[in-house]
Design a protein around this ligand. Structure first.
Ligand code: AGP
Length: 607
């Protein structure tokens, strides 16, 4: 995810900005830049790649004079990772520079409007509209210009702004993207993450959504969105520097689990406009979709399980038959794929060797291709005819969490979009849209409802084997739940379709064998309940995942995890969250290296 830093004081700003940017490197980025103000002029330096390149370009900052400035690390979303797209962005008249984290959802219409008004754009980013709006609205009063500008923006933004006519001043704005002010002695700072500040000050002010700040070397003023001054409390950071690099979490995996409400929101909300699902990035027409006889989804690991989970929504809502194939199998299977097939390829990294090979194979057979990818500009994204990016931000832990949930979210949205594009009249359309919009909130509820998971982990962490069972989407989520458990805790865990147990696996159930039973689909609840009774009568210890008021399951299970009520077609996005937490806490109990499990790599670039 992008990172922001800002400094004003008496010292030279550039070396401090570069140091702050280095502290933000762990978040992942593909370009970086700084803008420094000196004697009424703003100088901008940007590079692609590492901060080291920026240090080289600016001679560790010594070549850039000035005591106030802003810096940024960019993780590309809108536009490739190039110097032009890197931040800071300058206004046409050179008087303003900005850095931005987040996504401006209405940037296309603002861009058109600004072009009509004579502004020219140097980048493909959503961010650049902001700096031109500031230039347009600035009439000698930055606060007024910021209020007018932010009134025009939809989406999420943390902004750092400098204006050459206001020497020594920094402006910081927060809306749905973190931004923290650092209070020093004769110098002040801001950053998207305390990591960048702790070397300089431990006194911080947390901005709230809708607030903005004006900083100079000796003052920090905070205002609400109407420009009224706000009294803020100065808090003291007690974390050590290393902990802060994980945003205060012990592991990246836990941080990424907790980031899921925001990641799923960033993926879903820009694609819902006026109650309609829109995929502006797709080149598929109604005619193209009506020619498709089947969808083949291919991927590896969790991305494959995301496809398994979404198959139900895709078939039910879009009425197109769906096959889900492991990429490593599909590539050597002489697959029945032709120009009436839509191949959907899923990959967080976009660099998985088997996935790339399967995509190439399908293209060679004439399939239309659509990639769901997190890393912008990756190989899969470049090869596919169509790309839908998940906006999960960089995922550092090897075990995917927000990568998976954002992939399933995109597939659920595609089911509804395909149906609508093909002219399928569905009275449930508004309900589907509402359910999709509610998913980030439901994930947060699922996190909040399961504070007992660390205690459950203490009970189950030394089990020999764990079995995950469920039916339909519950089964698909079981597959991902079992994978999470085995890859980070090294416990043997397997997922079975609940109805399959009695065809063999039940032989393995003995006194106290843990069975994790997923029961989140009311239509088939009774069936899974029978399977729970079967394993219980052979001594199994049942840990059920269900709704809080589901008395039938609550009364029969030994232990419980909960999710809020969600349409079973989309519930995989929420159901997986307690299972991720369970795997995390079991691994923690077992003293495992959670972020870097043995034998595993984040991106599997070999066959
Ligand atoms: C999941 O936790 C794993 N890290 C792994 O299964 C992963 O999902 C798989 O290797 C696919 O990676 P990709 O999404 O980057 O293609």
């Amino acid at each position: 995810m992008c990172g922001i830093v800002g400094f004003t004081g008496e010292q030279s700003a550039a070396p401090i900005l570069l140091d702050g940017l280095k502290k933000l490197e762990y978040r992942g980025y593909d370009s970086a830049g700084i803008a420094v103000m000196d004697h009424g002029c703003i100088s901008v330096n940007k590079v692609t790649g590492r901060i080291a390149n920026l240090c080289e370009k600016t001679k560790d900052g010594t070549a850039v004079p000035g005591a106030a400035g802003i810096g940024h690390t960019r993780w590309a979303t809108h536009g490739a990772p190039t110097e032009e797209n890197a931040h800071p962005h300058l206004s046409n008249d050179g008087r303003f520079a900005i850095v931005h984290n987040g996504i401006i959802e209405n940037y296309l219409s603002l861009r058109e409007e600004l072009i009509k008004d004579g502004y020219h754009f140097d980048s493909e980013t959503d961010t650049e509209v902001i700096v031109h709006l500031i230039e347009m609205y600035y009439k000698g009063d930055m606060r007024d210009a910021l209020i007018r500008t932010t009134n025009r923006l939809r989406g999420s933004y943390a902004l750092g702004v400098i204006c050459s006519e206001e020497p020594g001043k920094l402006y910081a704005v927060r809306e749905a993207s973190p931004l923290i002010l650092g209070v020093g002695v004769d110098e002040n700072y801001f950053a998207s993450d305390v990591t960048a500040l702790v070397n300089y000050t431990r006194n911080v002010i947390y901005l709230e959504d809708g607030e903005f700040a004006e900083l100079s070397g000796n003052s920090v003023k905070v205002f609400d969105c109407l420009g009224k001054p706000v009294e803020k409390k100065v808090s003291r950071i007690l974390w050590d520097v290393q902990a802060a690099e994980k945003g205060g979490y012990e592991h990246f995996m836990l941080k990424e689990i907790m980031e899921q409400p925001g990641a799923v929101k960033a993926t879903i909300s820009p694609r819902i406009k006026d109650g309609k699902i829109v995929f502006e990035e797709l080149k598929l027409t109604a005619k193209d979709l009506l020619r498709i006889r089947k969808i083949v989804i291919t991927a590896c690991g969790s991305a494959y399980y995301a496809g398994c989970a979404a198959k139900y929504a895709l078939e039910k809502i879009s009425h197109i038959p769906v096959e889900v194939e492991l990429a490593s199998e599909l590539r050597y299977s002489d697959p029945m794929i032709d120009n009436h097939t839509l191949l959907i390829v899923i990959s967080q990294s976009g660099e998985t060797a088997d996935t790339i090979a399967a995509l190439k194979e399908a293209k060679a057979r004439g399939a239309r291709t659509l990639a769901i990818v997190n890393v912008v500009g990756s190989t899969v994204a470049k090869l596919a005819d169509n790309v839908v990016y998940t906006w999960a931000g960089p995922e550092i832990a090897v075990a995917t969490t927000k990568g998976y949930t954002t992939q399933v979210a995109v597939l659920c949205m595609l089911s509804v979009w395909f149906a609508d594009m093909m002219g399928i009249e569905d009275e449930n359309y508004p309900k589907y849209v509402k359910e999709l919009q509610a998913l980030p909130r439901m994930i947060q509820h699922a996190i909040d409802m399961n504070s007992s998971i660390p205690a459950l982990a203490k009970k189950y962490h030394d089990s020999k084997s764990l079995f995950f069972i469920g039916r339909n989407t519950d089964y698909a989520v079981s597959l991902e739940g079992a994978l999470k458990m085995k890859e980070i805790s090294y416990l043997h865990s397997e997922a079975y379709a609940a109805g399959e147990l009695k065809h063999g696996t039940i032989a393995l159930i003995e006194e106290h064998t843990p069975v994790i039973a997923l029961c989140c689909n009311p239509a088939i609840m009774e069936k899974t309940l029978s399977n729970i009774v079967e394993v219980k009568s052979r001594g199994a210890e049942v840990l059920a995942l269900t709704f809080r008021n589901n008395q039938k399951i609550v009364s029969v299970a030994d232990d419980l995890m909960f999710i809020p009520k969600v349409d079973p077609l989309f519930s995989a996005v929420v159901e997986i969250v307690p299972l991720q937490l369970l795997a995390y806490y079991v691994a923690k109990e077992n003293g495992c290296d959670i972020d870097k499990p043995k034998n595993l790599a984040k991106s599997v670039t070999v066959e």
